[in-house]
Design a protein around this ligand. Structure first.
Ligand SMILES: O=CCC(=O)O
Length: 506
């Protein structure tokens, strides 16, 4: 990552959180946090030193000694308070998020809200962290399980959901009795820090939640640290695979939710208007910067004739700064993201795909420096083209055609990614075939972005996920705990200990 060029005294600095205190980093390496609609520098984020990472882990290690024994009801009540504080600060959190990330204010509220749902889930821990018991596994012998916290856990989160994804991680880790070190995205850590302040206000004790900022060196320090027991990661396949390999080699439990190329099949019997509206929202919402965005539409049979209607609907979306009313598509997060996405559009043209709608260089009055790319649609896209083979992470929809549902399913299953998918159809039989045969984690039936609510677990198959257990739902309890089985036998011989065992029935 590049060090900043902004003079140190001119902007606020983002703090580290160590041992319950927000502290200034002693690093010499900083990066600017930039509003992607205006290029205004909002603050500077430090790249923490190895000593600061060690201090954060040591503080979490120390806090674990008492936190692991905190009563389950006391842990639950902190998260009940926390969900209330998040609700009360929703507008403020969304405004910070929009300023640093770019998404529209309603999308920013959605980002916070979907994290809030996981906090609500955490406050239900009393019904989740339960062991099992088998009575009389032998005469007078019982076996039961304890789900005990692991120790210090860590989370590495991406730029695209700077509220939701940290909230996928630290509430569930902490409520199960662990302590936590979070490394938020260095591109937009400010809303994450505000959420951490509220978490402390809710009653999370010093050292239970810590935050370090940084890039590759901090990620590697987390992967290698001997006192970190588990890591949850969301981000690109390249970085996630590196984290998984490095951290599992160091003996940690790791879950990595990674890249995607989400296909939506549109059958000719689908409800046309509903399906095209859903496609447009799912492809271009959040400027396509989400791991569950629809990036390939596979139009089957006569649905291939619907491309002009799809283009017309996409043209109605309003591009602009996230803070302005009525905007549908905000800017990309950074100039680098802008260069990458527009470069891939050029590549799509060069590879022979048909550019049905070109979103490059949209006019956005008042924001001539913003990283804006409007909805872009290619047809005639095939495997082997760069725009099909790579995750674009921008508002670009690739349209492919298929003769039959079988051909469409085969295409999706041949893609290396398995994050999300959807089918649009009015046929129960087609939908059932799809749900049975598709090898993808999240499946939608007339639902374009089937992210599961927190009582289920986010999942993924093939290249989209490493590690067995998901980040919330029931699976996360297993991820953040070690199962201990206890087999116990009590001798019915209390008199040997001088106790009077006579039971009076009078
Ligand atoms: O980014 C991952 C999750 C989502 O798209 O909702």
């Amino acid at each position: 990552m590049d060090a900043t060029t902004t003079p140190a005294t001119q902007v606020a600095t983002v703090k580290l959180l160590i041992g319950g205190k927000f502290v200034e980093s002693k690093t010499s390496e900083w990066r600017d946090i930039v509003n992607p609609a205006t290029q205004e520098v909002l603050a500077r984020v430090p790249f923490a030193t190895q000593a600061e990472v060690d201090a954060a882990v040591a503080s979490a290690q120390d806090a674990f000694k008492t936190w692991r024994k905190t009563a389950i009801g006391a842990r639950a009540r902190i998260f009940l308070k926390y969900q209330q504080l998040i609700r009360e600060h929703m507008g403020e959190l969304a405004a910070i998020l929009t300023a640093e990330q770019g998404k529209t204010l309603p999308d920013a509220e959605g980002d916070v809200f979907r994290g809030l749902e996981v906090v609500e889930h955490a406050s239900n821990i009393g019904n989740l962290q339960l062991g099992e018991l088998a009575n009389n596994v032998a005469g007078g012998v019982d076996t039961y399980t304890l789900l005990q916290p692991l120790g210090v856990c860590a989370g590495i989160t991406p730029f695209n959901f700077p509220a939701m994804i940290p909230l996928w991680m630290f509430p569930m880790a902490i409520v199960t009795g662990n302590t936590f070190v979070l490394k938020p995205s260095e591109q937009d850590p400010m809303v994450t820090m505000r959420l951490c302040e509220l978490a402390l206000e809710a009653g999370i004790p010093p050292g239970v939640l810590n935050v370090v900022h940084g890039g590759e060196a901090v990620v590697n320090a987390i992967c290698d640290h001997k006192d970190i027991k588990a890591i949850s990661f969301v981000g690109s396949t390249k970085v996630g695979t590196h984290v998984y390999n490095r951290a599992t080699l160091a003996g940690k439990r790791v879950q990595c939710m990674m890249g995607a190329k989400n296909h939506a099949i549109v059958m000719p019997d689908a409800h046309k208007d509903q399906s095209l509206n859903a496609l447009v929202g799912a492809s271009f919402g959040a400027a396509g910067q989400r791991c569950m965005a629809v990036s390939v539409a596979v139009l089957v049979g006569d649905a291939r004739k619907w491309i002009p209607d799809l283009v017309e609907k996409a043209k109605t979306l309003k591009i602009g700064a996230g803070i302005d009313k009525g905007v549908d598509v905000g800017p990309l997060v950074s100039c680098a993201a802008y260069e990458r996405v527009t470069g891939l559009i050029e590549r799509g043209v060069a590879d022979g795909a048909t550019l049905e709608l070109d979103g490059r260089k949209p006019t956005v009055p008042g924001y001539d420096k913003g990283n804006f790319v409007g909805p872009t649609i290619f047809s005639g896209v095939k495997p082997g083209m760069t725009i099909y083979d790579q995750e674009i992470f921008g508002p670009v929809l690739c349209v492919a055609g298929a003769e039959s549902i079988d051909e469409a399913i085969e295409m999706i299953n041949a893609n290396p990614n398995g994050n999300g998918t959807a089918i649009f159809t009015q046929s129960g039989a087609a939908a059932r075939r799809f749900q049975e045969d598709i090898d993808v984690g999240q499946v939608g039936i007339n639902v374009p972005i089937p992210v599961p609510v927190p009582m289920f677990s986010f999942t993924g198959s093939r290249g989209s996920k490493l590690g067995d257990l998901g980040p919330y739902g029931k699976q996360v309890i297993m991820f953040y705990t070690q199962t201990k089985t206890v087999t116990a036998r009590w001798f019915d011989d209390a008199t040997a200990h001088g106790l009077n065992t006579t039971i009076s029935l009078k």
